[in-house]
Write a protein that binds this ligand. Structure first.
Ligand SMILES: *[C@@H]1O[C@H](CO)[C@@H](O)[C@H](O)[C@H]1NC(C)=O
Ligand SMILES: *[C@@H]1O[C@H](CO)[C@@H](O)[C@H](O)[C@H]1NC(C)=O
Length: 328
């Protein structure tokens, strides 16, 4: 086993410090570690004398791995090696801990992140990024290399790209805008059926002609119904019964409009469904009639519960609404 080079790690034992030197380390060799013992938490720096330390770009880091934990501290270049600062101390009650020490440069990591457009899963995030990333609409992916990854696709270029572009920035992303009243919240009474409608910004004929689906994630279960695009900018989800089991008076369910089988429209404003139970929002007539009108709750005389009209004796019960007076 190679003992140490810049890219493999020596074992050092903090406390009764012993290190593994030499070995199959070829060019880069640690010739000494100072101090060679670290008494409890007194020493906070570690000097590594290294032969043939290559000129590395970026910040150097000392990385201590203790069990599953990784601790990264600053490394300072010195004439004959490096100094690790803020080295971890030994937890109280332990005589020693064994840490794996590696030295690395953050340059490579930084460079990788810079080009990692792939990490963006939505068009809005992708084309708003500080990095030169573009969104392929049909491929539903973010890329820095459109020639390679986005052939014959509709392209939305990122705001960080220079030069002319046909479609640039998040305004060209296919998105859910909100309800037709402009709200980001869709209210549904639990145990009732509702056909959800939302305004969308579809952008392309290509998407407009695809199949749509609405998805609701209620208490971690996903429910899907078919949907139609009408008037160019309204998605009509098929009716669905909304229920939930928890004891809460209301819960939020996330909402998505899917096109082309698996591609969600962006939902940058988090348009979501709030499912509520009138009886749990108000347990007496006075409170029930004082609830905000948007819930459409009223006092059901037959059940003596706060209910929506349709649930009060299936719409046949005596149902008091906001402008009525509670019976004494
Ligand atoms: C390090 O600590 C372990 C237990 O925590 C102990 O078994 C071992 O003997 C110690 N090693 C030294 C060199 O003190
Ligand atoms: C539902 O979401 C809205 C908006 O994000 C938030 O204000 C509200 O507290 C949430 N309700 C619940 C029960 O989590």
């Amino acid at each position: 086993m190679p003992c140490f080079n810049m890219w493999t790690a020596p074992m050092i034992v903090l406390g009764t410090l012993s290190a593994c030197f030499g070995g199959d380390s070829r060019d880069v060799v640690i010739t000494s570690i100072t101090p060679n013992k670290i008494q409890s938490s007194t020493a906070r720096t570690l000097d590594l004398a290294i032969e043939n330390l290559p000129e590395l770009p970026g910040q150097l880091l000392c990385v201590f791995t203790i069990g599953e934990t990784t601790l990264t501290t600053e490394a300072i270049k010195q004439t004959n090696g490096i100094k690790c600062t803020n080295i971890p101390s030994i937890p109280v009650g332990l005589h020693n801990i064994t840490a794996k020490l590696s030295v690395r440069s953050d340059f490579f990591t930084t460079k990788f992140n810079f080009f990692d457009c792939n990490s963006y899963s939505s068009c809005t995030q992708c084309v708003s990024s500080d990095f030169p990333c573009d969104w392929c609409m049909n491929g539903h992916r973010c890329t820095h290399d459109t020639a390679e990854n986005c052939r014959n696709d509709i392209l939305i270029t990122g705001v960080s790209r220079v030069g002319p572009s046909f479609r640039s920035g998040p305004a060209f992303c296919p998105t859910i805008i909100g309800t037709n009243t402009g709200s980001r919240e869709i209210l549904v009474a639990s145990n009732s059926k509702k056909a959800v409608n939302v305004k969308v910004h579809i952008v392309s004929q290509f998407i407009a002609q695809s199949r749509f689906e609405c998805q609701f994630n209620i208490e971690s279960r996903v429910f899907s119904v078919n949907a139609q695009l009408r008037d160019d900018d309204v998605i009509h989800c098929d009716p669905m019964k909304f229920t939930y089991t928890s004891q809460l008076s209301n819960i939020n369910a996330s909402f998505a409009v899917i096109w082309g089988g698996s591609k969600p429209l962006d939902n940058p404003d988090n348009v979501h469904v709030n499912i509520y139970k009138c009886p749990d929002l108000a347990n007496n007539c006075g409170l029930c009639l004082a609830l905000p009108e948007k819930y459409r709750c009223g006092w059901c005389e037959s059940s003596k519960r706060c209910e929506i009209f349709q649930q009060c004796d299936n719409g046949l019960g005596v149902w008091l609404k906001r402008d009525h007076t509670c019976p004494i």
